[in-house]
Write a protein that binds this ligand. Structure first.
Ligand SMILES: [Ca+2]
Length: 576
C-alpha cells in the first residue's frame, strides 16, 4: 500500500510539474526557433528571492527574472542594434500579463516592475503580474553618436525607426506571452498595456495596430500625434519664446535666444493666477482647481491676462506685452500661413505656474523653456525634441550635434510651411514616413472593441508636452464615429492642473489601473476615479473624483471641499 501510495505521489507530482511548465533556469534551454520573435536569444534567467520594501520600491515577491534580445544586427553607420527585453515572472502568478510602456525616445531596458502610473506605491509585479519592459530596439548607452543626434542616432537606421514606432512592441508582446506560457504551462488569461507619454502613445498604438494583444490599455498623457507635436507644436513654442528672448536681449553662450530667461518663476505664477481668476469659479466653486476646462476659453482668459500687462517698463508684478503675446501664441497652437492647425491648441490652466520655489512649479516650464536658473538652454522640447525631430520624425534624417547651439537652432529654423512635408516623406531605404510608423491617432477601434478591449486615458490639463485638447478632439471624433457610444470602450479622464504624467498644482495620485482591471474583468465601467493631492500640491490630502470626459467634477454644495465624497461628475456647462 505504502509503495503504491508512493508511486501515486510521484505520478501526481510529475503531472503537476508538467502543468507548471519549464522552471526558471530551464527557460535558457528553450530552442529559440520555437519562439515567435525574430532571432531570440535569452541571456539570463535567475530566481530572485522575495525582497522587503526599499525606498520608493515596494516589497517584491519571489520571481524569475529573464533578460534577452531579439534580432541582434548591425545597422546604419556600423551601429549594433537589438530589441532588448526584461521579463519578471512571479512564482505566485495571478495569471495576468503586464507590458510596461517606455518613455522619451526609449533606449532604456526598464526595470519590468510594472509602473501602474498615477504615482501608486505598489507595482504590477508586487500584485502578481508577469511584467515585461524593453528598450524598443536601440540602446541609449551604445547607440549614441554625439555627431548624429546623440541618443536618437537610431533615426538613421530604417529598421530601428520601425522598431521604435511599432515593431518592438509587437515582437516583445508575442515573445513575452510565449515565455509566460512555457514557464507556467498556460497562457495569460488577461493582458494589460500601461504607459505614459511615449508609453501612452505605445498603449494607444497597440489598441489600433495590434488590437488582439491586450484586453485593457491604460494610456496616460499619450503622444499619439508625437511627430506633429514635436515638429510643429514644440517648434512653434520655441519660436514664440525666442521672440521674447530677442526682445529682452537674452542669449546663451552659443548666441542662441535664451528661452530659460524669458519668464521668471514669478512671471509664470502671475500668468497662472490670472488664468485661475478667470476660470476657477466657472465650475461653481473657487477651490484653486479649474474643472470647467471647456469654458476656460481664450476669450475668457484674455481680459484677465490684460490686467497683468505692464503699463510701462517690465516689473515683477506685471508681464510685458511680448510675454503675454507669446503665451497666447503658444496656447493657440501651431498654424501654417493659411491658418490651418498643424497640431492642436492647449487648455488654459493654472499648471503653467504654481507656488514659487515648489517643485510643482517646474513641470510646465522645464519642458517649454527650462529652469530659470539654468546656465544653458535646457528646454526639453528644444533638446531631445529637436534631436528627435531631425533624426526620427523627418525623412530623410538630418544630422545635428546633440550639444551646443545645435538642437535649439534646428527647432528655431523650422518653417512650418516648408517643413510640413518632411513628416510625411519617404526616401530611399526609408520606406515609411514618420506618420506611417509613429502615429497612433486612428479613431477606428473596431477590432479592439470587438474583442471587448477597454482603453482608459488619463491626461493632465496642464500637460506642456502633449495637449489635452488634442486628446479631447480625438475622443470626440471616436465618439462621433461610434454614434455616441465611445464611453462603452474608451474613457478619457482629465486631471486639472497636472503637468506631464504627474506634478503641478493637482490631485495627481490615482489608481486608474485598478479601475481599468475592474472594467475589463468585472464589467464595472469607471464612472469616477478618486484622486488625491500630494505633499507638493497646495492642498495635501485633498481628494477629488476624476470624471470621464466630457463630464466634470462639481461640488454638491455642502460638506468639506477637501473630500471627493462631496463632488459629483456632472455634464459640462452646468455650473452650479
Ligand atoms: Ca474651481
Amino acid at each position: 500500500m505504502r509503495i503504491l501510495a508512493s508511486i501515486a505521489s510521484v505520478l501526481f507530482f510529475s503531472v503537476v510539474a508538467a502543468a507548471q511548465g519549464i522552471d526558471c533556469a530551464g527557460l535558457l534551454k528553450i530552442d529559440a526557433s520555437s519562439l515567435p520573435a525574430v532571432k531570440t536569444a535569452l541571456t539570463s534567467a535567475t530566481v530572485n528571492a522575495a525582497r522587503a520594501a526599499q525606498g520608493n520600491v515596494s516589497a517584491l515577491p519571489e520571481h524569475c527574472e529573464v533578460q534577452g534580445k531579439i534580432n541582434e544586427r548591425t545597422g546604419a553607420n556600423g551601429q549594433q542594434y537589438a530589441i532588448k527585453f526584461h521579463l519578471r515572472l512571479p512564482t505566485a502568478w495571478n495569471g495576468r500579463f503586464f507590458f510596461e510602456g517606455g518613455g522619451g525616445s526609449n533606449g532604456n531596458l526598464g526595470n519590468a516592475l510594472g509602473n501602474l502610473q498615477g504615482q501608486q506605491r505598489t507595482n504590477a509585479l508586487a500584485l502578481g503580474y508577469a511584467v515585461v519592459s524593453q528598450d524598443s530596439g536601440h540602446d541609449n548607452q551604445t547607440n549614441n553618436d554625439p555627431n548624429r543626434n546623440g541618443t536618437v542616432t537610431f533615426g538613421f537606421d530604417p529598421q530601428a525607426r520601425l522598431d521604435f514606432g511599432y515593431n518592438s512592441y509587437d515582437q516583445v508582446t508575442q515573445l513575452a506571452k510565449a515565455l509566460i506560457a512555457r514557464h507556467y504551462g498556460r497562457a495569460p488569461e488577461r493582458s494589460y498595456y500601461v504607459g505614459c507619454s511615449e508609453g501612452g502613445r505605445e498603449a494607444m498604438m497597440m489598441s489600433q495596430r495590434f488590437p488582439s494583444y491586450f484586453d485593457g490599455i491604460l494610456a496616460c498623457a499619450p503622444g499619439f500625434n508625437l511627430p506633429k507635436a514635436a515638429l510643429f507644436g514644440h517648434a512653434w513654442d520655441a519660436q514664440a519664446l525666442a521672440e521674447v528672448a530677442k526682445a529682452q536681449g537674452v542669449y546663451d553662450r552659443f548666441g542662441q535666444p535664451f528661452l530659460n530667461k524669458t519668464f521668471t518663476d514669478e512671471d509664470l505664477d502671475l500668468a497662472a493666477q490670472a488664468v485661475l481668476s478667470a476660470c476657477d469659479g466657472l465650475d461653481g466653486l473657487e477651490d484653486g482647481i479649474i474643472d470647467n476646462l471647456q469654458a476656460c476659453t481664450p476669450v475668457v482668459v484674455s481680459p484677465k491676462l490684460n490686467t497683468i500687462a505692464c503699463k510701462g517698463p517690465k516689473r515683477v508684478t506685471c508681464l510685458s506685452t511680448g510675454q503675454i503675446t507669446a503665451l497666447q501664441k503658444i496656447f493657440a497652437g501651431p498654424k501654417n500661413s493659411k491658418g490651418e492647425m498643424l497640431y492642436a491648441d492647449w487648455a488654459w490652466d493654472r499648471g503653467i505656474g504654481g507656488k514659487i520655489g515648489e517643485a510643482f512649479n517646474q513641470g510646465w516650464r522645464i519642458w517649454k523653456m527650462g529652469a530659470y536658473d539654468s546656465g544653458t538652454n535646457s528646454a526639453i522640447i528644444a533638446g531631445l525634441g529637436a534631436a528627435a525631430v531631425s533624426a526620427v520624425f523627418t525623412t530623410p534624417p538630418t544630422t545635428i550635434t546633440s550639444t551646443g547651439a545645435g538642437p535649439l537652432a534646428h527647432l528655431l529654423g523650422i518653417d512650418v510651411d516648408r517643413d510640413t512635408m518632411k513628416v510625411a516623406a519617404k526616401s530611399g531605404e526609408f520606406t515609411q514616413s514618420a506618420l506611417d510608423f509613429m502615429m497612433a491617432s486612428s479613431t477606428d477601434l473596431t477590432a479592439f472593441t470587438k474583442r471587448g478591449g477597454k482603453l482608459l486615458i488619463v491626461h493632465g490639463v496642464s500637460d506642456p508636452v502633449f495637449s489635452i485638447k488634442d486628446t479631447m478632439n480625438w475622443w470626440t471624433e471616436v465618439n462621433r464615429v461610434n454614434t455616441g457610444r465611445a464611453e462603452e470602450f474608451v474613457r478619457l479622464f482629465a486631471v486639472p492642473g497636472m503637468n506631464h504624467c504627474a506634478g503641478g498644482p493637482a490631485t495627481d495620485q490615482f489608481d486608474a489601473f485598478t479601475a481599468l482591471v475592474n472594467w475589463v474583468e468585472k464589467k464595472v465601467a469607471p464612472d469616477r476615479i478618486i484622486t488625491t493631492a500630494g505633499n507638493g500640491s497646495p492642498w495635501p490630502g485633498r481628494t477629488r473624483p476624476l470624471c470621464p470626459y466630457p463630464k466634470q467634477a462639481r461640488y454638491k454644495g455642502s460638506g468639506s471641499i477637501e473630500d471627493a465624497a462631496n463632488f459629483i461628475c456632472a455634464e459640462p456647462g452646468g455650473a452650479r
